[in-house]
Design a protein around this ligand. Structure first.
Ligand SMILES: C[S@@+](CC[C@H](N)C(=O)[O-])C[C@H]1O[C@@H](n2cnc3c(N)ncnc32)[C@H](O)[C@@H]1O
Length: 376
């Protein structure tokens, strides 16, 4: 098996791609919630069978032989998989993995689960818990009635068990929840949670057909930058536990995007056994099929021909896209995410859907202090 993986690695390098580093595995597309914005359009647990644990263990083992550093278990809701804990602890025991991440809504976590999670002796285990607001009504508008209270109980259990620093809260930015980011930072800091990561809503899956959710506006991004500039408490909380796209873009704006995204470094396997070069590129023509019934080396060798043009395409976007020519952030953004561009326009050779947001951040300037308020 090791020899086969070495051969695949050679082929990946020869194709001008990079070997997988972070693998996202959907262990089931069944979910106990029905979020308005759900990108993979998860279904009720009764209609979406979980991926057999044996299959998941085999894939994890093969990816480890390939030199993968991180496994992310997602769904659907992974906690609805009958063997979720056994799969998670198996991944945590794999030598060579630096990080194992469990993406969950945390609403089903019991005290027994928390005790079991606490028994996993692996510092690289991260529980990524989704919250779409600092207030119940804001979160529940997207995730459904009662979901904030249940998720918050899960977070409290984790924090009380001393696992708070291993928790990352994931927040999907929309117009209706964006202003709550500072309040959410405060709430999580008080609870002892390690990190808050936010990402802009992707207009894919259920979000593409919903008139109830929309991405934030450039004015909202600029307002948050103004607050960051004027409020030292918010700034210090952000530095302690935040990762919000607007600030990361602003601070990184003069750093060139290294070689652009090479896509295959972060492959994604859905619960139907289809493998894509990246979570952001779940496109039919890029799908390597039947992953659950074939050895990984065979699937990857087939996938290489489907994915071979992606790196060049992505590099071309960064130099050829007309909309980028006069943008102050063009070096850093380089056309943005190719997957987001395709999801929004059906065309790789286009800027991503956050172009206006990014431009508003790259061109933001700190407000001038008035002579009356300026400190001497
Ligand atoms: C699809 S969920 C699956 C794991 C788990 N059930 C959960 O709620 O975290 C993984 C993450 O994707 C985010 N997500 C879902 N739809 C999205 C969209 N249209 N745009 C951006 N993020 C989205 C969720 O908010 C969640 O943080």
């Amino acid at each position: 098996m090791k020899a086969k993986m070495t051969k695949v690695l050679d082929s990946i390098i020869r194709a001008g791609l990079r070997s997988p580093k972070i693998v996202t595995l959907m262990v089931t597309n069944g979910c106990n919630l029905s979020c308005l914005h759900c990108w993979p359009e998860s279904r009720s647990c009764g209609t979406a069978p979980p991926v057999p644990a044996d299959t998941i263990r085999r894939l994890i083992g093969e990816f480890v032989l390939l030199g993968v550093e991180e496994i992310c278990l997602t769904g659907g809701e992974p906690l609805t998989h009958p063997d979720w804990f056994e799969i998670l602890s198996f991944a945590c025991r794999q030598p060579g993995l630096n990080r194992v991440r469990l993406q969950t809504n945390a609403t089903l976590l019991t005290e027994v689960d928390i005790e079991a999670l606490g028994s996993i002796d692996f510092k690289g285990l991260t529980m990524q818990v989704s919250l779409e607001g600092a207030l119940a009504e804001t979160n529940d508008r997207v995730r459904g009635p009662g979901s904030f209270e249940q998720a918050f109980r899960g977070l409290k259990f984790l924090a009380e068990a001393g696992l708070g620093q291993q928790v990352v809260v994931a927040f999907t930015e929309t117009q209706h929840n964006f202003a709550e980011l500072p309040r959410l930072l405060q709430l999580l800091d008080g609870l002892g949670i390690g990190r808050l990561v936010s990402g802009t809503l992707v207009l894919g899956g259920r979000a593409a057909h919903s008139d109830q959710v929309a991405p934030p506006t450039p004015a909202q991004y600029r307002e948050l930058l103004n607050l960051y500039h004027s409020d030292p408490q918010f700034r210090s909380r952000y530095k302690k536990l935040g990762n919000i796209a607007a600030f990361e873009w602003f601070t990184g704006k003069s750093c060139p995007a290294s070689e652009g995204c090479i896509c295959i470094e972060t492959p994604y396997i859905n619960a139907d056994g289809e493998m894509y070069p990246c979570l952001m590129l779940p496109i039919d023509k890029l799908a390597a099929k039947d992953v659950f019934h074939r050895p990984l080396d065979e699937v990857l060798l087939e996938a290489l021909s489907l994915w071979a043009e992606l790196p060049d395409l992505n590099r071309r976007r960064s130099v050829e896209l007309e909309a980028c020519k006069n943008c102050p952030g063009r070096l850093h953004c380089a056309g943005g995410c190719m997957g987001r561009a395709y999801a929004a326009t059906g065309d790789f050779m286009n800027v991503e859907d956050r172009c206006a947001l990014r431009k508003s951040v790259y061109s933001w300037e700190a407000p001038q202090e008035s002579p009356h308020t300026a400190k001497s």
